[in-house]
Design a protein around this ligand. Sequence first.
Ligand SMILES: *Cc1c(COP(=O)(O)O)cnc(C)c1O
Length: 418
Amino acid sequence: MNEWQARAEALDAADSLRSVAATFELPDGTVYLDGNSLGALPKTVKPRMLEVIEQQWGQDLISSWNKHQWIDLAHSVGAKLAPLLGVKPTQVVACDSISVNLFKLLNSALAQRPERKIVLSAQNNFPTDLYVAQGVEQLLGSERCKLTSVAPDALHAHLTADVAVLMLTQVDFRSGALLDMQALTAQAHAHGTLVIWDLAHSAGVVPLQLNACDVDFAVGCGYKFLNGGPGAPAFMSVNERYLSNLNQPIQGWMGHAQPFEFATDYHPAPNIKQLLTGTPAILSLAAFDAALEVYRDIDVTDLRQKSLSLSCFYIELFDPYQSQHAETFAGFRLNARLADAERGSHVALEHDEAYPISQALIAHNVIIDFRAPNLIRFGFAPLYNSHQDVLTSLQTLHWLMQEEVYLEPVYQHRKSVT
Ligand SMILES: *Cc1c(COP(=O)(O)O)cnc(C)c1O
């Protein structure tokens, strides 16, 4: 047994969260390092879905809105998310997608700063966030909303008293860089600027204290590290000071104070409910709700520690791999060498042939993903990944580079989802 194998085994033996992996359905023989794109399936989900489909939908039909509290599900999921976010249950709700929710919150935030128009963001932000801001700019006109996206290191210089909203993603989906939420929120507030944080790659894996950081608004993703299932509803969290005055623009009956009065005029619910728009996706919410059971006895600070242990092990192995296998590994570069406190829960390798290499890895049961133009992302889900997974991913990578497996034509074809 070589020294790395021994080290992986020792790290796994010392892992206090090791048994949690058994609460997930994972295919045998597969190393799944893509929980940052689609979280694995918690075993709690299937029985819940069967119950919802067979009994609630199949037998109880429409009475389930009351009998099985379907009408409250967006809030029950919010309440389960609250401790992971460091907010009160009354501050969170689950619905729609990040894109739609960001549209709602960006309008709300701009309405709080009518004398300002600039929405400041980073060029490396997830594109949908920038697209939504561009859409708001188009809708309201650039006199009311002007997106300024700058290089990440220029954010500080652009943060002035002209900025209405600072809109940032906490963990960069390419590099994995983790921003300092507390410091950036405080800097924004010092200029009277509101903040919207996108927690897509941090919720469920990075300990969050939105209230302690006095965050104004946040959005996040249900289907990534939170394991809510494909297309799971996203969530929104709102600082209590705005709850009575949100002015969100996609007004619908589910956000009305009394939806079943069927009144002609819109009166928003005086609480987080006003962020809802239409009928909630009950099947998706039920899956998300069941998935969050996994977190009941788990402390996110322990998850963070394990996540760092996994990414540190990867980084620790990368250099010796590169020097020992100079020929096969020469073309790889770690996308960012980040200090622990500045790293989220994935690392990315750059390579000119990143796409075929990523396809060959997937074909050989190491599930990662490719991000254009040249990145292979290795995501570490501390709920179910092991240090052995980290080692296997590098061993497989080395093997397929050495054998030039990735040059086979079958791996060249670009699929529609990468
Ligand atoms: C995955 C992701 C999204 C996804 O947005 P949806 O509208 O829910 O599809 C948004 N922002 C970031 C930063 C992401 O990583």
